[in-house]
Ligand binder design. Sequence first.
Ligand code: NAD
Length: 468
Amino acid sequence: MDIDVVNPADGTVLATVPLTSAAQVASLTAEAERVFRSRVWSGLAPRERAAAMLRLADLMERDAEVLARLDSEDAGKPITEAREGDIPGAIESIRWFAEAADKLAGTAPATAPGVLAYTVREPFGVVAAILPWNYPLAMAAWKIGPALVAGNCLILKPADATPRSVLHVASLALEAGIPPAVLTVATGDGPTTGAALAADPRIGALSFTGSTATGRAILEASARSNLKRASLEMGGKAPHVVMPDALGLGDALIDGITEAAFLTAGQNCTAGSRILVHESIHDEVVERLAAAASALVLGDPADPATQVGPVINVAAADRILAAIDGAVSRGAVAVAGGGEVAVVEGGRYVAPTVLANVDPADPILTTEIFGPVTTVQRFSTREEAIALANAVEYGLQATVWTARLDDALALAGGIEAGTVSVGAYSEGDMTVPFGGWKASGFGGAEKSLAAFHQWTREKAVWIELPAD
Ligand code: NAD
């Protein structure tokens, strides 16, 4: 069976890729295990693996424009966003992890006389990654980098909708001299290919990025199979807390919130989907945010001027529009957007939408909408802002808008999220870990040296030889 890769911009079929069956997953795993045991990759000095990974990064740079086009077409992502954000980020990620290869070290605990104890982190062998469609290559690179640098053989399942950039990178890996079956791409869907990977007893670790519902299924599959280490990066409902002095931050405030809410048409795990504004500046922020959202250029993702593209597919558009309509029917006011826009025939385009006056009990305030929709709520005290920020099951990222250190520290300390940024919408650079709290994350983080914990297991060696 095959899967059609459909261009969200116009509904045309871009390519057809195989749906990898459970039996095929088993043979890919067996081949990866054979290659791991052959030590053709795992037995290299870390510096040699680093050199191959740096060659891969160079080839990705050579083909950056191709990769940007593939992600833009598959995901409906504005080409400028792919060119300036996703692809350079993916290349940087491969380089960063490659450069870390020979900087990792174990420990030698101060134990007892006559004993040498040391710890090392070793690769699992065959590992897997299951990817979302919203940042196809960027998410892949966060996993390919540390998984391969650590010496594993990785089987990567891209999202059904967005396999082509990852397939291209797998061919570049061969060109870079990385042995066959060190990086394998298994195209396919969740119920067949993804589920087979999650249940495979020979896969030692699985790193997943996607929705919380799928993350739970993967954790159950791990428990039922071989208790493979499952690291899960999942959904979000990121708050932006706008403190009374925030207008003093100038354009950074509205520009930052607008970018957070509508980057990748809001189909982003850290999308700023809940804007919590102090009552003293609520009306002005709503007005300025509405103007900024309305000014965004909605259009064909292939056009470099486009800032907001289509949503991923017909079902997503229907779901997003139903969420907007539901909130409006319960009293919310769409101060920007609020509906669908005809841009290109065959694609589904939702106007960047800002909802004010939302009922505090409205489900739109707690559900991940995953579309170009944000809500504005008001608060009167810092404590109330923290309580609102934490009133969801998610805890991935939060942004605090203030120049006051006391507020920044209190909110950074009080908000339950894996990342809190202050004064800018950010997930941090490669040097800092990225991982969710609560229903947003489980297991290890991505980025930084912390990422290697997803892909290595610790061994303690205790040597106690008889004295002469
Ligand atoms: P999804 O959960 O529908 O799919 C993610 C991947 O899981 C796909 O490759 C899919 O084929 C696979 N899958 C589906 N069912 C499976 C199963 N039963 N077993 C194994 N694999 C299965 O998510 P999506 O729609 O592709 O991505 C959107 C979600 O991803 C959002 O919730 C978003 O917040 C989240 N996300 C999180 C991060 C993060 O870093 N926390 C980053 C990007 C996206």
